[in-house]
Design a protein around this ligand. Structure first.
Ligand code: MRU
Length: 332
Protein backbone atom coordinates (compact mmCIF):
# COMPACT_ATOMS: atom_id res chain seq x y z
CA UNK A 1 0.00 0.00 0.00
CA UNK A 2 1.21 3.57 -0.66
CA UNK A 3 0.51 4.57 2.95
CA UNK A 4 1.11 2.57 6.11
CA UNK A 5 -1.83 1.50 8.24
CA UNK A 6 -0.53 3.61 11.15
CA UNK A 7 2.31 6.12 11.51
CA UNK A 8 3.34 9.17 13.47
CA UNK A 9 3.47 12.71 12.11
CA UNK A 10 5.02 14.99 14.73
CA UNK A 11 2.95 14.41 17.87
CA UNK A 12 -0.06 13.04 15.97
CA UNK A 13 -0.68 9.30 15.52
CA UNK A 14 -2.30 8.87 12.12
CA UNK A 15 -4.34 5.82 11.13
CA UNK A 16 -6.30 4.72 8.05
CA UNK A 17 -9.96 4.80 9.20
CA UNK A 18 -10.91 1.23 8.37
CA UNK A 19 -14.56 1.76 9.40
CA UNK A 20 -15.09 3.74 6.18
CA UNK A 21 -13.46 1.39 3.66
CA UNK A 22 -13.96 0.48 0.89
CA UNK A 23 -16.32 3.42 0.25
CA UNK A 24 -14.11 6.18 1.64
CA UNK A 25 -10.37 6.56 2.30
CA UNK A 26 -9.84 8.88 5.28
CA UNK A 27 -7.06 9.33 7.83
CA UNK A 28 -8.00 9.38 11.52
CA UNK A 29 -5.86 11.66 13.70
CA UNK A 30 -5.24 10.57 17.31
CA UNK A 31 -4.04 13.54 19.38
CA UNK A 32 -3.49 11.64 22.63
CA UNK A 33 -3.52 8.09 24.05
CA UNK A 34 -7.27 8.22 24.72
CA UNK A 35 -7.85 8.86 20.99
CA UNK A 36 -5.58 5.89 20.21
CA UNK A 37 -7.57 3.73 22.64
CA UNK A 38 -10.82 4.92 21.02
CA UNK A 39 -9.43 4.01 17.58
CA UNK A 40 -8.65 0.47 18.81
CA UNK A 41 -11.96 -0.11 20.62
CA UNK A 42 -14.08 1.31 17.78
CA UNK A 43 -11.98 -0.56 15.18
CA UNK A 44 -10.72 2.48 13.29
CA UNK A 45 -7.62 0.28 13.39
CA UNK A 46 -8.01 -3.47 13.80
CA UNK A 47 -6.01 -6.66 13.25
CA UNK A 48 -3.63 -7.81 16.00
CA UNK A 49 -0.28 -6.53 14.57
CA UNK A 50 -1.79 -3.17 13.52
CA UNK A 51 -3.26 -2.74 17.02
CA UNK A 52 0.20 -3.50 18.45
CA UNK A 53 1.81 -0.84 16.25
CA UNK A 54 -0.91 1.71 17.11
CA UNK A 55 -0.28 1.07 20.82
CA UNK A 56 3.48 1.47 20.33
CA UNK A 57 2.94 4.86 18.67
CA UNK A 58 0.42 5.77 21.38
CA UNK A 59 3.07 5.13 24.03
CA UNK A 60 5.64 7.21 22.09
CA UNK A 61 3.13 10.07 21.82
CA UNK A 62 2.45 9.83 25.55
CA UNK A 63 6.17 10.12 26.31
CA UNK A 64 6.35 13.27 24.15
CA UNK A 65 3.38 14.62 26.10
CA UNK A 66 4.99 13.77 29.47
CA UNK A 67 2.29 11.33 30.57
CA UNK A 68 2.47 8.48 33.10
CA UNK A 69 3.43 5.62 30.79
CA UNK A 70 2.30 2.86 33.17
CA UNK A 71 -1.17 4.45 33.21
CA UNK A 72 -1.16 4.87 29.42
CA UNK A 73 -0.22 1.21 28.96
CA UNK A 74 -3.02 0.15 31.33
CA UNK A 75 -5.53 2.24 29.39
CA UNK A 76 -4.44 0.93 25.99
CA UNK A 77 -4.48 -2.67 27.25
CA UNK A 78 -8.07 -2.23 28.45
CA UNK A 79 -9.34 -1.77 24.87
CA UNK A 80 -9.49 -5.30 23.38
CA UNK A 81 -8.44 -8.46 25.32
CA UNK A 82 -7.76 -11.14 22.69
CA UNK A 83 -5.02 -9.88 20.34
CA UNK A 84 -1.58 -10.59 21.90
CA UNK A 85 0.35 -7.91 19.97
CA UNK A 86 -1.26 -5.13 22.06
CA UNK A 87 0.28 -6.61 25.23
CA UNK A 88 3.55 -7.49 23.49
CA UNK A 89 3.96 -3.92 22.16
CA UNK A 90 3.01 -2.05 25.36
CA UNK A 91 5.36 -4.24 27.43
CA UNK A 92 8.20 -3.68 24.93
CA UNK A 93 7.60 0.10 25.06
CA UNK A 94 7.49 0.15 28.88
CA UNK A 95 10.78 -1.79 29.02
CA UNK A 96 12.34 0.71 26.59
CA UNK A 97 11.11 3.67 28.64
CA UNK A 98 12.61 2.16 31.81
CA UNK A 99 15.94 2.12 29.94
CA UNK A 100 15.45 5.85 29.19
CA UNK A 101 15.01 5.27 25.44
CA UNK A 102 13.38 7.69 22.95
CA UNK A 103 10.05 5.93 22.39
CA UNK A 104 9.38 7.67 19.05
CA UNK A 105 12.53 5.99 17.72
CA UNK A 106 11.55 2.67 19.34
CA UNK A 107 8.04 2.86 17.83
CA UNK A 108 9.45 3.58 14.37
CA UNK A 109 11.76 0.57 14.70
CA UNK A 110 8.81 -1.54 15.93
CA UNK A 111 6.77 -0.60 12.84
CA UNK A 112 9.64 -1.24 10.41
CA UNK A 113 10.40 -4.55 12.13
CA UNK A 114 6.74 -5.56 11.96
CA UNK A 115 6.67 -4.94 8.20
CA UNK A 116 9.98 -6.78 7.71
CA UNK A 117 8.56 -9.80 9.50
CA UNK A 118 5.44 -9.75 7.30
CA UNK A 119 7.57 -9.72 4.15
CA UNK A 120 9.56 -12.68 5.52
CA UNK A 121 6.27 -14.52 6.12
CA UNK A 122 5.46 -13.84 2.46
CA UNK A 123 8.76 -15.32 1.25
CA UNK A 124 8.37 -18.49 3.33
CA UNK A 125 4.76 -18.79 2.20
CA UNK A 126 5.94 -19.08 -1.41
CA UNK A 127 6.61 -22.75 -0.62
CA UNK A 128 2.86 -23.40 -0.34
CA UNK A 129 1.24 -20.82 -2.67
CA UNK A 130 2.01 -22.21 -6.11
CA UNK A 131 1.03 -21.36 -9.67
CA UNK A 132 -2.74 -21.69 -9.91
CA UNK A 133 -3.32 -22.08 -6.15
CA UNK A 134 -6.90 -21.39 -5.02
CA UNK A 135 -6.62 -19.99 -1.49
CA UNK A 136 -9.46 -19.38 0.95
CA UNK A 137 -8.97 -16.72 3.62
CA UNK A 138 -11.13 -15.49 6.51
CA UNK A 139 -11.37 -11.93 7.89
CA UNK A 140 -8.66 -9.44 6.92
CA UNK A 141 -5.06 -10.37 7.68
CA UNK A 142 -3.64 -8.07 5.05
CA UNK A 143 -1.69 -4.80 5.03
CA UNK A 144 -4.56 -3.09 6.90
CA UNK A 145 -4.25 -5.61 9.76
CA UNK A 146 -0.52 -4.97 10.09
CA UNK A 147 1.73 -1.98 9.41
CA UNK A 148 1.99 -3.10 5.79
CA UNK A 149 2.04 -6.20 3.52
CA UNK A 150 -0.01 -8.43 5.88
CA UNK A 151 0.29 -11.93 7.29
CA UNK A 152 -2.18 -14.33 5.61
CA UNK A 153 -2.15 -12.14 2.49
CA UNK A 154 1.67 -11.95 2.47
CA UNK A 155 2.29 -15.30 0.67
CA UNK A 156 -0.43 -14.39 -1.84
CA UNK A 157 1.20 -10.99 -2.50
CA UNK A 158 4.65 -12.60 -2.74
CA UNK A 159 3.31 -15.18 -5.23
CA UNK A 160 1.79 -12.38 -7.31
CA UNK A 161 5.15 -10.55 -7.24
CA UNK A 162 6.75 -13.77 -8.50
CA UNK A 163 4.32 -13.69 -11.43
CA UNK A 164 2.28 -16.64 -10.19
CA UNK A 165 -1.44 -16.76 -10.98
CA UNK A 166 -3.33 -17.11 -7.68
CA UNK A 167 -7.05 -17.04 -6.94
CA UNK A 168 -8.53 -16.08 -3.55
CA UNK A 169 -11.88 -16.98 -1.99
CA UNK A 170 -12.67 -14.17 0.48
CA UNK A 171 -15.05 -15.00 3.32
CA UNK A 172 -17.28 -11.94 3.83
CA UNK A 173 -16.69 -12.40 7.60
CA UNK A 174 -19.79 -11.42 9.42
CA UNK A 175 -20.63 -9.49 11.49
CA UNK A 176 -18.22 -6.62 10.62
CA UNK A 177 -17.44 -7.89 7.10
CA UNK A 178 -13.64 -7.42 7.23
CA UNK A 179 -13.33 -9.89 4.34
CA UNK A 180 -15.83 -8.28 1.96
CA UNK A 181 -14.85 -4.71 2.90
CA UNK A 182 -11.08 -4.85 3.53
CA UNK A 183 -9.54 -8.03 2.07
CA UNK A 184 -11.40 -7.69 -1.24
CA UNK A 185 -10.38 -4.00 -1.35
CA UNK A 186 -6.71 -4.87 -0.83
CA UNK A 187 -6.76 -7.68 -3.43
CA UNK A 188 -8.50 -5.39 -5.93
CA UNK A 189 -5.80 -2.74 -5.32
CA UNK A 190 -3.12 -5.34 -6.09
CA UNK A 191 -4.93 -6.81 -9.10
CA UNK A 192 -5.15 -10.25 -7.45
CA UNK A 193 -8.02 -12.38 -8.76
CA UNK A 194 -10.60 -13.07 -6.04
CA UNK A 195 -14.23 -13.63 -5.26
CA UNK A 196 -16.19 -12.78 -2.12
CA UNK A 197 -18.26 -15.61 -0.63
CA UNK A 198 -20.83 -15.85 2.14
CA UNK A 199 -19.12 -17.35 5.19
CA UNK A 200 -21.43 -20.33 4.95
CA UNK A 201 -20.42 -21.14 1.37
CA UNK A 202 -16.92 -22.32 2.25
CA UNK A 203 -18.04 -25.85 3.17
CA UNK A 204 -19.58 -26.50 -0.25
CA UNK A 205 -16.56 -25.11 -2.12
CA UNK A 206 -14.21 -27.26 -0.03
CA UNK A 207 -16.35 -30.37 -0.54
CA UNK A 208 -16.22 -29.73 -4.27
CA UNK A 209 -12.41 -29.48 -3.99
CA UNK A 210 -12.48 -25.93 -5.41
CA UNK A 211 -10.13 -24.81 -2.60
CA UNK A 212 -6.46 -25.96 -2.55
CA UNK A 213 -5.49 -24.44 0.82
CA UNK A 214 -6.68 -22.13 3.57
CA UNK A 215 -4.51 -19.34 4.99
CA UNK A 216 -5.71 -17.23 7.92
CA UNK A 217 -4.11 -14.84 10.38
CA UNK A 218 -4.14 -15.05 14.17
CA UNK A 219 -4.80 -12.86 17.20
CA UNK A 220 -3.12 -15.00 19.82
CA UNK A 221 -1.34 -18.35 19.58
CA UNK A 222 -0.81 -20.44 22.71
CA UNK A 223 2.34 -22.40 23.46
CA UNK A 224 0.74 -25.66 22.26
CA UNK A 225 -0.36 -24.15 18.94
CA UNK A 226 -4.03 -23.45 19.68
CA UNK A 227 -5.01 -20.34 17.69
CA UNK A 228 -7.45 -17.55 18.44
CA UNK A 229 -8.64 -15.75 15.29
CA UNK A 230 -11.77 -14.11 13.89
CA UNK A 231 -15.01 -15.90 14.74
CA UNK A 232 -15.67 -18.56 12.13
CA UNK A 233 -12.04 -19.62 11.73
CA UNK A 234 -12.56 -22.78 13.80
CA UNK A 235 -15.37 -23.92 11.50
CA UNK A 236 -13.14 -23.41 8.44
CA UNK A 237 -10.40 -25.48 10.07
CA UNK A 238 -12.77 -28.38 10.79
CA UNK A 239 -14.16 -28.24 7.23
CA UNK A 240 -10.65 -28.14 5.78
CA UNK A 241 -9.61 -31.22 7.78
CA UNK A 242 -12.82 -33.03 6.79
CA UNK A 243 -12.04 -32.37 3.11
CA UNK A 244 -8.30 -33.04 3.27
CA UNK A 245 -7.38 -29.40 2.60
CA UNK A 246 -4.21 -27.93 4.22
CA UNK A 247 -4.96 -25.22 6.81
CA UNK A 248 -2.22 -22.65 7.50
CA UNK A 249 -1.95 -19.85 10.05
CA UNK A 250 0.30 -16.91 9.17
CA UNK A 251 1.59 -14.86 12.12
CA UNK A 252 4.68 -12.99 13.38
CA UNK A 253 6.33 -13.77 16.73
CA UNK A 254 4.50 -10.85 18.40
CA UNK A 255 1.30 -12.90 18.15
CA UNK A 256 2.66 -15.99 19.94
CA UNK A 257 1.98 -16.10 23.70
CA UNK A 258 4.23 -18.70 25.28
CA UNK A 259 3.07 -17.64 28.76
CA UNK A 260 -0.12 -19.66 28.20
CA UNK A 261 -0.27 -23.44 27.77
CA UNK A 262 -3.32 -23.81 25.51
CA UNK A 263 -6.31 -22.05 23.94
CA UNK A 264 -8.52 -22.34 27.01
CA UNK A 265 -6.45 -19.52 28.54
CA UNK A 266 -7.10 -17.06 25.69
CA UNK A 267 -9.62 -14.33 26.64
CA UNK A 268 -12.34 -14.07 23.95
CA UNK A 269 -13.75 -10.59 23.33
CA UNK A 270 -17.55 -10.29 23.25
CA UNK A 271 -18.63 -7.22 21.31
CA UNK A 272 -21.91 -5.29 21.12
CA UNK A 273 -24.90 -7.36 19.93
CA UNK A 274 -25.89 -4.54 17.58
CA UNK A 275 -23.00 -5.58 15.32
CA UNK A 276 -24.89 -8.85 14.73
CA UNK A 277 -28.39 -7.40 14.60
CA UNK A 278 -27.42 -4.83 11.97
CA UNK A 279 -25.72 -4.79 8.60
CA UNK A 280 -24.31 -1.28 8.42
CA UNK A 281 -27.16 0.84 9.81
CA UNK A 282 -29.93 -1.56 8.71
CA UNK A 283 -31.55 -3.62 11.47
CA UNK A 284 -31.84 -7.21 10.19
CA UNK A 285 -33.29 -8.79 13.34
CA UNK A 286 -36.45 -7.93 15.29
CA UNK A 287 -35.83 -5.02 17.66
CA UNK A 288 -36.61 -7.23 20.68
CA UNK A 289 -34.40 -10.17 19.76
CA UNK A 290 -31.12 -10.63 21.65
CA UNK A 291 -27.84 -11.48 19.93
CA UNK A 292 -24.48 -12.97 21.00
CA UNK A 293 -21.32 -11.54 19.41
CA UNK A 294 -18.09 -13.36 20.31
CA UNK A 295 -15.46 -11.70 18.09
CA UNK A 296 -12.99 -14.60 18.04
CA UNK A 297 -12.86 -18.38 18.43
CA UNK A 298 -10.09 -20.88 19.15
CA UNK A 299 -8.88 -23.48 16.64
CA UNK A 300 -7.15 -26.41 18.35
CA UNK A 301 -3.61 -27.13 17.12
CA UNK A 302 -4.63 -30.53 15.73
CA UNK A 303 -6.48 -28.79 12.87
CA UNK A 304 -3.45 -26.73 11.82
CA UNK A 305 -1.12 -27.99 9.08
CA UNK A 306 1.49 -25.32 9.76
CA UNK A 307 2.38 -21.84 10.96
CA UNK A 308 3.86 -19.48 8.38
CA UNK A 309 6.21 -17.31 10.42
CA UNK A 310 9.14 -14.99 9.70
CA UNK A 311 11.57 -17.82 10.53
CA UNK A 312 9.86 -20.40 8.31
CA UNK A 313 6.88 -22.77 8.20
CA UNK A 314 6.55 -24.68 11.47
CA UNK A 315 4.30 -27.57 12.49
CA UNK A 316 2.48 -27.11 15.82
CA UNK A 317 4.90 -29.50 17.56
CA UNK A 318 7.87 -27.39 16.36
CA UNK A 319 6.67 -24.12 17.95
CA UNK A 320 9.01 -24.29 20.94
CA UNK A 321 11.85 -23.46 18.51
CA UNK A 322 10.20 -20.06 18.10
CA UNK A 323 10.63 -19.13 21.78
CA UNK A 324 14.22 -18.00 21.13
CA UNK A 325 13.07 -15.72 18.27
CA UNK A 326 10.40 -14.23 20.55
CA UNK A 327 12.97 -13.37 23.22
CA UNK A 328 15.42 -11.92 20.65
CA UNK A 329 12.63 -9.77 19.15
CA UNK A 330 12.16 -8.38 22.67
CA UNK A 331 15.89 -7.54 22.81
CA UNK A 332 16.43 -10.27 25.44
O1 MRU B 1 -11.70 -7.95 15.02
P1 MRU B 1 -10.50 -7.78 14.14
O2 MRU B 1 -10.82 -7.23 12.79
O3 MRU B 1 -9.39 -7.04 14.82
O4 MRU B 1 -9.96 -9.29 13.91
C1 MRU B 1 -8.81 -9.44 13.15
C2 MRU B 1 -8.45 -10.86 12.92
O5 MRU B 1 -9.04 -11.80 13.43
C3 MRU B 1 -7.21 -11.10 12.08
O6 MRU B 1 -7.32 -12.29 11.38
C4 MRU B 1 -6.00 -11.20 13.01
O7 MRU B 1 -5.97 -10.09 13.86
C5 MRU B 1 -4.71 -11.29 12.26
S1 MRU B 1 -4.30 -9.81 11.57
C6 MRU B 1 -2.83 -10.04 10.79
Amino acid sequence: MDVKTVWMDGEIVKLIDQRLLPGEFRIFEARNYKDVAFAITEMVVRGAPAIGAAAAYGMAQAQLQGRDLEEVARHLRSTRPTGHDLFYATELMLEASRKGKDLVKVAEEYAEDSERRCRAIGRHGLNIVREGSRVLTHCNAGALATVDYGTALAPIRAAKEEGRKVFVFVDETRPRLQGAKLTAWELAQDGIDHTVIADNAAGLLMARQEVDLVIVGADRIAGNGDVANKIGTYEKAVLAKENGIPFYVAAPVSTFDFSIRDGTEIPIEERDEQEVKKVGSELIAPQGSRARNPAFDVTPARYITGFITEVGILRPEELSSLKKEVLESRGK
